[in-house]
Design a protein around this ligand. Structure first.
Ligand SMILES: [Zn+2]
Length: 88
């Protein structure tokens, strides 16, 4: 059973899930988990650090947020790791 959560407005942002970072422009959507402990504030706004469950690091800011995956290809490595993590 897949739970679909609807995001309304900018205040609610997921802390984990299938996301497509702004950089790199190409690539795939990964299953990212936000590393809350490393949030910082810069001239770009708040900065959020993310690590995908396949080991990809990326950063988002208030001005360059993470995007929902849409029709981007999803990372195969993340897909393989996800069921085991979600089983708990
Ligand atoms: Zn991945």
């Amino acid at each position: 059973m897949t739970q679909v959560s609807q995001i309304t407005g900018g205040a609610s942002r997921p802390s984990m899930g299938w996301l497509k970072p702004v950089f790199p422009i190409t690539g795939k959507a990964h299953y990212f988990i936000q590393e809350k402990g490393f949030a910082a504030i810069t001239t770009q706004g708040r900065v959020y650090f993310w690590r995908s469950i396949c080991g990809v690091d990326t950063v988002s800011t208030d001005k360059m947020p993470m995007f929902e995956p849409g029709n981007w290809d999803r990372c195969k490595k993340c897909e393989q790791k996800l069921p085991r993590r979600a089983a708990a």
